[in-house]
Write a protein that binds this ligand. Structure first.
Ligand SMILES: [Zn+2]
Length: 443
Protein backbone atom coordinates (compact mmCIF):
# COMPACT_ATOMS: atom_id res chain seq x y z
CA UNK A 1 0.00 0.00 0.00
CA UNK A 2 1.24 3.46 -0.72
CA UNK A 3 -0.14 6.67 0.68
CA UNK A 4 -2.45 8.66 -1.45
CA UNK A 5 -0.73 11.64 -2.85
CA UNK A 6 -3.48 14.13 -3.54
CA UNK A 7 -4.19 17.10 -1.38
CA UNK A 8 -7.18 15.67 0.35
CA UNK A 9 -5.04 13.30 2.36
CA UNK A 10 -3.58 16.25 4.15
CA UNK A 11 -6.96 17.91 4.40
CA UNK A 12 -7.64 16.35 7.74
CA UNK A 13 -4.15 15.34 8.64
CA UNK A 14 -3.27 18.93 9.27
CA UNK A 15 0.00 20.09 10.62
CA UNK A 16 2.35 23.01 10.53
CA UNK A 17 2.21 23.30 6.75
CA UNK A 18 -1.55 23.67 6.91
CA UNK A 19 -1.28 26.34 9.51
CA UNK A 20 0.54 28.49 6.99
CA UNK A 21 -2.24 27.81 4.54
CA UNK A 22 -4.76 28.81 7.15
CA UNK A 23 -3.14 32.15 7.58
CA UNK A 24 -2.71 32.62 3.86
CA UNK A 25 -6.35 31.72 3.35
CA UNK A 26 -7.50 34.03 6.05
CA UNK A 27 -5.70 36.89 4.41
CA UNK A 28 -7.97 36.46 1.42
CA UNK A 29 -11.16 36.14 3.43
CA UNK A 30 -13.49 39.14 3.57
CA UNK A 31 -13.25 40.90 6.86
CA UNK A 32 -16.06 42.99 8.21
CA UNK A 33 -14.72 46.53 8.45
CA UNK A 34 -14.86 48.23 11.79
CA UNK A 35 -16.77 51.49 11.53
CA UNK A 36 -14.57 54.46 12.21
CA UNK A 37 -15.40 58.10 12.56
CA UNK A 38 -12.43 59.34 10.61
CA UNK A 39 -14.49 60.55 7.67
CA UNK A 40 -17.67 61.28 9.50
CA UNK A 41 -18.64 64.31 11.46
CA UNK A 42 -18.41 63.71 15.17
CA UNK A 43 -21.80 63.32 16.79
CA UNK A 44 -22.90 66.00 19.13
CA UNK A 45 -21.77 65.15 22.60
CA UNK A 46 -23.60 66.45 25.58
CA UNK A 47 -21.79 67.75 28.56
CA UNK A 48 -22.78 64.71 30.60
CA UNK A 49 -21.04 62.33 28.19
CA UNK A 50 -17.36 61.76 28.40
CA UNK A 51 -16.66 59.21 25.67
CA UNK A 52 -12.92 59.09 26.21
CA UNK A 53 -13.38 57.76 29.67
CA UNK A 54 -16.49 55.59 29.31
CA UNK A 55 -15.47 52.01 30.01
CA UNK A 56 -16.14 49.42 27.25
CA UNK A 57 -19.07 47.40 28.52
CA UNK A 58 -19.77 45.52 25.28
CA UNK A 59 -18.83 41.86 25.24
CA UNK A 60 -16.86 40.67 22.20
CA UNK A 61 -18.77 38.73 19.60
CA UNK A 62 -18.12 36.54 16.58
CA UNK A 63 -18.67 37.80 13.06
CA UNK A 64 -17.41 34.82 11.03
CA UNK A 65 -17.27 31.11 11.81
CA UNK A 66 -15.43 29.06 9.22
CA UNK A 67 -16.70 26.43 8.72
CA UNK A 68 -20.11 27.70 9.81
CA UNK A 69 -22.43 25.54 11.93
CA UNK A 70 -22.90 22.22 10.13
CA UNK A 71 -20.12 23.01 7.68
CA UNK A 72 -17.29 20.76 6.57
CA UNK A 73 -13.85 21.22 8.08
CA UNK A 74 -11.52 21.94 5.21
CA UNK A 75 -7.91 22.61 4.46
CA UNK A 76 -7.92 25.79 6.49
CA UNK A 77 -8.95 24.18 9.76
CA UNK A 78 -11.38 26.20 11.86
CA UNK A 79 -11.23 29.98 12.09
CA UNK A 80 -13.21 32.55 14.02
CA UNK A 81 -13.24 36.29 13.41
CA UNK A 82 -14.11 38.48 16.41
CA UNK A 83 -15.89 41.82 16.49
CA UNK A 84 -13.08 43.47 18.40
CA UNK A 85 -9.59 42.72 19.70
CA UNK A 86 -9.60 39.85 22.19
CA UNK A 87 -7.30 38.14 24.64
CA UNK A 88 -7.08 34.66 26.09
CA UNK A 89 -7.36 32.69 22.87
CA UNK A 90 -5.54 29.44 23.51
CA UNK A 91 -6.08 25.69 23.60
CA UNK A 92 -8.08 25.95 26.82
CA UNK A 93 -10.44 28.58 25.45
CA UNK A 94 -10.84 27.38 21.85
CA UNK A 95 -11.49 23.65 21.60
CA UNK A 96 -12.62 20.92 19.29
CA UNK A 97 -14.26 17.82 20.74
CA UNK A 98 -15.56 14.64 19.17
CA UNK A 99 -19.06 13.18 19.45
CA UNK A 100 -18.09 11.49 22.70
CA UNK A 101 -16.96 14.79 24.22
CA UNK A 102 -13.22 14.08 24.06
CA UNK A 103 -11.20 17.20 23.36
CA UNK A 104 -8.99 16.82 20.30
CA UNK A 105 -5.44 18.07 20.55
CA UNK A 106 -5.15 21.22 18.50
CA UNK A 107 -2.86 24.09 17.71
CA UNK A 108 -4.58 27.39 18.45
CA UNK A 109 -3.29 30.76 17.34
CA UNK A 110 -4.52 34.34 17.14
CA UNK A 111 -3.85 36.98 14.54
CA UNK A 112 -4.50 40.09 16.68
CA UNK A 113 -4.47 42.49 13.75
CA UNK A 114 -7.22 40.72 11.87
CA UNK A 115 -8.87 39.43 15.08
CA UNK A 116 -8.85 35.91 13.65
CA UNK A 117 -8.37 32.84 15.82
CA UNK A 118 -7.32 29.61 14.14
CA UNK A 119 -7.64 26.04 15.38
CA UNK A 120 -5.78 23.27 13.58
CA UNK A 121 -6.27 19.68 14.83
CA UNK A 122 -3.00 17.99 15.62
CA UNK A 123 -4.16 14.50 14.68
CA UNK A 124 -6.25 13.01 11.93
CA UNK A 125 -9.95 13.59 12.42
CA UNK A 126 -12.37 10.77 11.84
CA UNK A 127 -13.90 10.40 8.43
CA UNK A 128 -17.44 11.69 7.91
CA UNK A 129 -17.78 12.53 11.61
CA UNK A 130 -19.32 15.36 13.62
CA UNK A 131 -17.28 17.52 15.98
CA UNK A 132 -18.14 20.34 18.33
CA UNK A 133 -16.26 23.64 18.31
CA UNK A 134 -16.32 25.57 21.60
CA UNK A 135 -15.17 29.06 22.47
CA UNK A 136 -15.29 29.66 26.20
CA UNK A 137 -15.58 32.79 28.31
CA UNK A 138 -11.85 32.63 28.90
CA UNK A 139 -11.76 34.84 25.82
CA UNK A 140 -12.36 38.49 26.65
CA UNK A 141 -11.78 41.89 25.16
CA UNK A 142 -9.15 44.40 26.22
CA UNK A 143 -11.56 45.84 28.81
CA UNK A 144 -12.18 42.42 30.37
CA UNK A 145 -15.65 41.77 28.95
CA UNK A 146 -15.96 38.02 28.51
CA UNK A 147 -17.04 36.38 25.28
CA UNK A 148 -20.34 34.57 25.78
CA UNK A 149 -19.59 30.85 25.64
CA UNK A 150 -20.27 29.72 22.09
CA UNK A 151 -20.32 26.28 20.51
CA UNK A 152 -21.41 24.77 17.21
CA UNK A 153 -20.98 21.55 15.33
CA UNK A 154 -18.95 20.96 12.20
CA UNK A 155 -18.30 17.75 10.27
CA UNK A 156 -15.58 16.12 8.28
CA UNK A 157 -15.95 15.29 4.63
CA UNK A 158 -17.42 12.16 3.06
CA UNK A 159 -15.78 13.00 -0.24
CA UNK A 160 -12.80 10.92 -1.19
CA UNK A 161 -10.51 11.48 -4.10
CA UNK A 162 -8.72 8.65 -5.86
CA UNK A 163 -5.38 9.83 -7.13
CA UNK A 164 -4.11 8.05 -10.22
CA UNK A 165 -3.01 4.60 -9.19
CA UNK A 166 -4.27 1.10 -8.57
CA UNK A 167 -7.00 0.30 -6.06
CA UNK A 168 -8.62 -2.84 -4.81
CA UNK A 169 -12.29 -3.13 -3.98
CA UNK A 170 -13.54 -5.50 -1.30
CA UNK A 171 -16.77 -7.07 -0.23
CA UNK A 172 -17.52 -7.89 3.36
CA UNK A 173 -19.11 -11.22 4.05
CA UNK A 174 -20.54 -12.26 7.36
CA UNK A 175 -17.25 -11.61 9.13
CA UNK A 176 -13.84 -10.11 8.60
CA UNK A 177 -12.67 -13.53 7.46
CA UNK A 178 -15.01 -13.18 4.52
CA UNK A 179 -13.40 -9.98 3.36
CA UNK A 180 -12.62 -10.76 -0.25
CA UNK A 181 -10.70 -8.70 -2.74
CA UNK A 182 -12.87 -8.71 -5.80
CA UNK A 183 -11.97 -5.78 -7.94
CA UNK A 184 -8.77 -4.09 -8.83
CA UNK A 185 -8.77 -1.04 -11.05
CA UNK A 186 -6.14 1.34 -12.24
CA UNK A 187 -7.03 4.99 -12.60
CA UNK A 188 -5.03 7.17 -14.94
CA UNK A 189 -6.73 10.39 -13.79
CA UNK A 190 -8.15 11.50 -10.45
CA UNK A 191 -11.66 10.39 -9.58
CA UNK A 192 -13.84 11.72 -6.78
CA UNK A 193 -16.49 9.74 -4.98
CA UNK A 194 -18.62 9.99 -1.88
CA UNK A 195 -18.32 7.41 0.85
CA UNK A 196 -21.17 6.52 3.16
CA UNK A 197 -19.44 4.54 5.87
CA UNK A 198 -16.09 4.08 7.50
CA UNK A 199 -15.27 0.88 9.33
CA UNK A 200 -12.19 -0.42 11.01
CA UNK A 201 -11.71 -4.17 10.82
CA UNK A 202 -8.50 -5.87 11.90
CA UNK A 203 -6.97 -2.43 12.36
CA UNK A 204 -7.52 -1.55 8.74
CA UNK A 205 -9.98 1.15 7.81
CA UNK A 206 -12.45 0.62 4.99
CA UNK A 207 -14.61 3.16 3.25
CA UNK A 208 -17.84 2.16 1.59
CA UNK A 209 -17.80 4.08 -1.66
CA UNK A 210 -21.13 4.67 -3.29
CA UNK A 211 -20.29 6.69 -6.33
CA UNK A 212 -18.05 6.66 -9.31
CA UNK A 213 -16.49 3.54 -10.69
CA UNK A 214 -16.32 2.07 -7.22
CA UNK A 215 -20.02 2.03 -6.55
CA UNK A 216 -20.81 -0.30 -3.71
CA UNK A 217 -17.23 -1.25 -2.92
CA UNK A 218 -15.27 -1.15 0.30
CA UNK A 219 -11.89 0.39 -0.28
CA UNK A 220 -8.89 0.44 2.00
CA UNK A 221 -9.11 3.84 3.59
CA UNK A 222 -7.91 6.25 6.16
CA UNK A 223 -9.95 9.15 7.47
CA UNK A 224 -8.05 11.47 5.20
CA UNK A 225 -8.03 9.42 2.06
CA UNK A 226 -7.84 6.15 0.23
CA UNK A 227 -4.90 3.82 0.21
CA UNK A 228 -3.64 2.67 -3.12
CA UNK A 229 -2.84 -0.89 -3.80
CA UNK A 230 0.52 -2.14 -4.81
CA UNK A 231 -0.10 -3.44 -8.33
CA UNK A 232 2.52 -6.09 -7.73
CA UNK A 233 0.68 -7.33 -4.64
CA UNK A 234 -0.11 -11.04 -4.60
CA UNK A 235 -3.34 -12.12 -6.18
CA UNK A 236 -5.90 -12.90 -3.47
CA UNK A 237 -7.00 -16.51 -3.01
CA UNK A 238 -9.57 -17.98 -5.35
CA UNK A 239 -12.98 -17.18 -3.80
CA UNK A 240 -15.03 -20.11 -2.60
CA UNK A 241 -18.00 -21.05 -4.75
CA UNK A 242 -20.67 -19.16 -2.88
CA UNK A 243 -23.99 -18.36 -4.48
CA UNK A 244 -23.70 -14.61 -4.47
CA UNK A 245 -23.86 -11.91 -7.12
CA UNK A 246 -20.73 -9.85 -7.51
CA UNK A 247 -19.99 -7.98 -10.70
CA UNK A 248 -17.34 -9.62 -12.86
CA UNK A 249 -14.25 -7.50 -13.35
CA UNK A 250 -13.53 -8.02 -17.03
CA UNK A 251 -16.76 -7.31 -18.82
CA UNK A 252 -15.54 -5.43 -21.87
CA UNK A 253 -16.40 -7.35 -25.04
CA UNK A 254 -12.70 -7.38 -25.88
CA UNK A 255 -12.00 -9.26 -22.62
CA UNK A 256 -13.98 -12.33 -23.73
CA UNK A 257 -11.04 -14.67 -23.20
CA UNK A 258 -10.36 -13.61 -19.62
CA UNK A 259 -13.74 -12.92 -18.00
CA UNK A 260 -14.12 -14.97 -14.82
CA UNK A 261 -17.68 -16.24 -14.47
CA UNK A 262 -18.76 -18.61 -11.74
CA UNK A 263 -21.30 -18.77 -8.93
CA UNK A 264 -19.80 -15.58 -7.46
CA UNK A 265 -19.14 -13.26 -10.40
CA UNK A 266 -21.73 -12.37 -12.98
CA UNK A 267 -22.05 -10.38 -16.19
CA UNK A 268 -24.33 -7.36 -16.40
CA UNK A 269 -27.80 -8.18 -17.69
CA UNK A 270 -27.14 -5.95 -20.69
CA UNK A 271 -24.04 -7.87 -21.77
CA UNK A 272 -24.80 -9.02 -25.33
CA UNK A 273 -21.95 -9.24 -27.85
CA UNK A 274 -22.71 -7.65 -31.20
CA UNK A 275 -20.73 -10.01 -33.44
CA UNK A 276 -22.70 -13.23 -33.05
CA UNK A 277 -22.71 -15.51 -36.08
CA UNK A 278 -24.71 -18.65 -36.84
CA UNK A 279 -22.96 -21.92 -35.96
CA UNK A 280 -23.84 -23.23 -39.43
CA UNK A 281 -20.96 -21.06 -40.67
CA UNK A 282 -18.61 -23.45 -38.84
CA UNK A 283 -20.07 -26.55 -40.46
CA UNK A 284 -22.33 -27.31 -37.51
CA UNK A 285 -26.10 -27.36 -37.18
CA UNK A 286 -27.43 -23.84 -37.28
CA UNK A 287 -29.74 -21.50 -35.41
CA UNK A 288 -27.21 -21.32 -32.57
CA UNK A 289 -24.82 -18.44 -32.19
CA UNK A 290 -21.20 -17.81 -31.27
CA UNK A 291 -19.04 -14.73 -31.50
CA UNK A 292 -17.28 -14.19 -34.80
CA UNK A 293 -13.91 -14.16 -33.05
CA UNK A 294 -14.35 -17.89 -32.34
CA UNK A 295 -15.51 -18.87 -35.82
CA UNK A 296 -12.23 -19.68 -37.55
CA UNK A 297 -10.96 -21.98 -34.80
CA UNK A 298 -14.40 -23.55 -34.37
CA UNK A 299 -14.54 -24.28 -38.09
CA UNK A 300 -11.08 -25.85 -38.01
CA UNK A 301 -11.99 -27.93 -34.96
CA UNK A 302 -15.19 -29.26 -36.51
CA UNK A 303 -13.35 -30.19 -39.69
CA UNK A 304 -10.62 -31.97 -37.74
CA UNK A 305 -13.22 -33.83 -35.66
CA UNK A 306 -15.10 -34.92 -38.80
CA UNK A 307 -11.92 -36.23 -40.37
CA UNK A 308 -11.43 -38.34 -37.25
CA UNK A 309 -14.94 -39.70 -37.29
CA UNK A 310 -16.26 -37.47 -34.49
CA UNK A 311 -19.40 -35.79 -35.82
CA UNK A 312 -20.02 -32.81 -33.59
CA UNK A 313 -23.29 -30.96 -33.24
CA UNK A 314 -24.40 -28.02 -31.14
CA UNK A 315 -26.70 -28.65 -28.21
CA UNK A 316 -26.61 -25.03 -27.02
CA UNK A 317 -24.47 -21.96 -27.60
CA UNK A 318 -25.04 -18.26 -26.93
CA UNK A 319 -27.65 -17.54 -24.30
CA UNK A 320 -28.90 -14.07 -23.57
CA UNK A 321 -29.45 -12.94 -20.02
CA UNK A 322 -33.17 -13.38 -20.55
CA UNK A 323 -32.53 -16.86 -21.99
CA UNK A 324 -30.64 -17.77 -18.84
CA UNK A 325 -33.57 -16.70 -16.72
CA UNK A 326 -35.76 -19.14 -18.66
CA UNK A 327 -33.14 -21.91 -18.61
CA UNK A 328 -32.49 -21.67 -14.89
CA UNK A 329 -36.16 -21.47 -14.06
CA UNK A 330 -36.74 -24.52 -16.25
CA UNK A 331 -34.14 -26.50 -14.31
CA UNK A 332 -35.63 -25.37 -11.03
CA UNK A 333 -39.01 -26.71 -12.11
CA UNK A 334 -37.47 -30.03 -13.14
CA UNK A 335 -35.03 -30.77 -10.33
CA UNK A 336 -35.58 -28.15 -7.66
CA UNK A 337 -33.58 -25.07 -6.77
CA UNK A 338 -30.67 -26.73 -4.95
CA UNK A 339 -30.05 -29.21 -7.75
CA UNK A 340 -30.47 -26.52 -10.40
CA UNK A 341 -27.69 -24.55 -8.75
CA UNK A 342 -25.35 -27.48 -9.42
CA UNK A 343 -26.23 -27.92 -13.06
CA UNK A 344 -27.28 -24.55 -14.39
CA UNK A 345 -25.96 -21.08 -13.92
CA UNK A 346 -28.07 -18.36 -12.42
CA UNK A 347 -28.68 -15.46 -14.84
CA UNK A 348 -25.48 -13.55 -15.54
CA UNK A 349 -23.27 -16.32 -14.17
CA UNK A 350 -23.15 -18.41 -17.37
CA UNK A 351 -20.30 -18.51 -19.83
CA UNK A 352 -22.95 -18.93 -22.51
CA UNK A 353 -23.74 -15.21 -22.19
CA UNK A 354 -20.21 -14.48 -23.41
CA UNK A 355 -21.06 -15.95 -26.81
CA UNK A 356 -17.93 -18.09 -26.62
CA UNK A 357 -19.33 -21.24 -24.97
CA UNK A 358 -20.88 -24.25 -26.69
CA UNK A 359 -22.54 -27.35 -25.31
CA UNK A 360 -21.77 -30.10 -27.80
CA UNK A 361 -23.48 -33.37 -28.63
CA UNK A 362 -23.09 -35.86 -31.46
CA UNK A 363 -24.93 -35.48 -34.75
CA UNK A 364 -28.15 -37.38 -34.18
CA UNK A 365 -27.17 -37.96 -30.56
CA UNK A 366 -29.18 -37.36 -27.42
CA UNK A 367 -28.58 -34.48 -25.07
CA UNK A 368 -25.09 -35.04 -23.68
CA UNK A 369 -26.18 -34.97 -20.04
CA UNK A 370 -28.34 -38.03 -20.64
CA UNK A 371 -25.13 -40.08 -20.89
CA UNK A 372 -23.41 -41.43 -17.79
CA UNK A 373 -20.27 -39.71 -19.06
CA UNK A 374 -20.44 -38.03 -22.45
CA UNK A 375 -16.65 -37.88 -22.51
CA UNK A 376 -16.65 -41.63 -23.15
CA UNK A 377 -18.53 -41.21 -26.43
CA UNK A 378 -16.58 -40.79 -29.64
CA UNK A 379 -17.33 -37.09 -29.91
CA UNK A 380 -16.84 -36.39 -26.22
CA UNK A 381 -13.55 -38.22 -26.11
CA UNK A 382 -12.22 -36.51 -29.21
CA UNK A 383 -13.05 -33.06 -27.77
CA UNK A 384 -11.53 -33.88 -24.39
CA UNK A 385 -8.27 -34.81 -26.09
CA UNK A 386 -8.11 -32.22 -28.85
CA UNK A 387 -10.30 -29.16 -28.25
CA UNK A 388 -7.47 -27.24 -26.58
CA UNK A 389 -5.44 -27.37 -29.79
CA UNK A 390 -8.14 -25.20 -31.38
CA UNK A 391 -8.50 -22.78 -28.50
CA UNK A 392 -11.40 -24.50 -26.73
CA UNK A 393 -11.32 -25.54 -23.07
CA UNK A 394 -13.60 -27.85 -21.08
CA UNK A 395 -14.65 -25.42 -18.36
CA UNK A 396 -15.85 -27.98 -15.81
CA UNK A 397 -13.67 -31.11 -15.87
CA UNK A 398 -14.36 -34.12 -13.69
CA UNK A 399 -13.32 -33.68 -10.06
CA UNK A 400 -12.96 -29.90 -10.17
CA UNK A 401 -16.38 -28.72 -9.01
CA UNK A 402 -15.02 -27.25 -5.77
CA UNK A 403 -12.86 -24.84 -7.79
CA UNK A 404 -14.81 -24.58 -11.05
CA UNK A 405 -18.07 -24.06 -9.10
CA UNK A 406 -20.08 -26.35 -11.38
CA UNK A 407 -20.58 -30.07 -11.71
CA UNK A 408 -18.63 -32.08 -14.27
CA UNK A 409 -19.82 -31.04 -17.74
CA UNK A 410 -17.86 -32.92 -20.42
CA UNK A 411 -19.96 -31.26 -23.14
CA UNK A 412 -19.37 -27.60 -22.16
CA UNK A 413 -16.47 -25.90 -23.90
CA UNK A 414 -15.41 -22.27 -23.87
CA UNK A 415 -13.27 -20.59 -26.48
CA UNK A 416 -10.29 -18.71 -25.00
CA UNK A 417 -7.93 -18.71 -28.00
CA UNK A 418 -5.19 -21.17 -28.79
CA UNK A 419 -2.46 -19.69 -26.60
CA UNK A 420 -4.59 -19.54 -23.45
CA UNK A 421 -6.10 -22.95 -24.11
CA UNK A 422 -2.64 -24.45 -24.43
CA UNK A 423 -1.62 -22.81 -21.17
CA UNK A 424 -4.70 -24.13 -19.35
CA UNK A 425 -4.09 -27.59 -20.82
CA UNK A 426 -0.47 -27.47 -19.71
CA UNK A 427 -1.34 -26.24 -16.22
CA UNK A 428 -3.80 -29.11 -15.75
CA UNK A 429 -6.15 -26.95 -13.71
CA UNK A 430 -9.73 -25.83 -14.20
CA UNK A 431 -10.18 -22.77 -16.40
CA UNK A 432 -11.46 -20.73 -13.47
CA UNK A 433 -8.32 -21.53 -11.46
CA UNK A 434 -6.08 -20.63 -14.35
CA UNK A 435 -7.84 -17.33 -15.10
CA UNK A 436 -7.70 -16.38 -11.43
CA UNK A 437 -4.02 -17.30 -11.18
CA UNK A 438 -3.33 -14.84 -13.98
CA UNK A 439 -4.98 -12.06 -11.98
CA UNK A 440 -7.95 -11.78 -14.37
CA UNK A 441 -10.43 -12.17 -11.54
CA UNK A 442 -9.39 -8.95 -9.85
CA UNK A 443 -7.99 -6.65 -12.49
ZN1 LIG B 1 -22.90 -25.13 -21.15
Amino acid sequence: MGPMTDGRRSLLRVGRACLLLVIAGAACAPITPTPTSTHLPSPAVSASQTPAHTPDQTAPGIVVQDPPPGGVVGMSGITVTFTEPVRGVDGAAFQLSDAGGSVQGSTVSLDPTRRIATLVPEATLSFAATYTVTLTSLVDDLAGNALPRTSWTVRTSDLVTFAPGTYTGYRFGDSTADLTAIKRSTLSSPSTATASEYRVMDDVGYLLVNAGIWRGYWIHGSPGGIAQDDPTAPIPPLPTCKYVDLPAVRVAYADWATTVLDTVFQLPSGYAPGDLVDTSQAGLNGSYYVRAIALADLTAMVAAANSNGARLAVQSAYRSYTGQVLTFDGWVRQVGYDEALQTSARPGHSEHQLGTAIDFRAVGGASPWTYADWATTKEGAWLAANAWRFGWVMSYPRGTSSVSCYSYEPWHYRYVGRAAAAAVHGAEVALRQWLWSQGYGVR
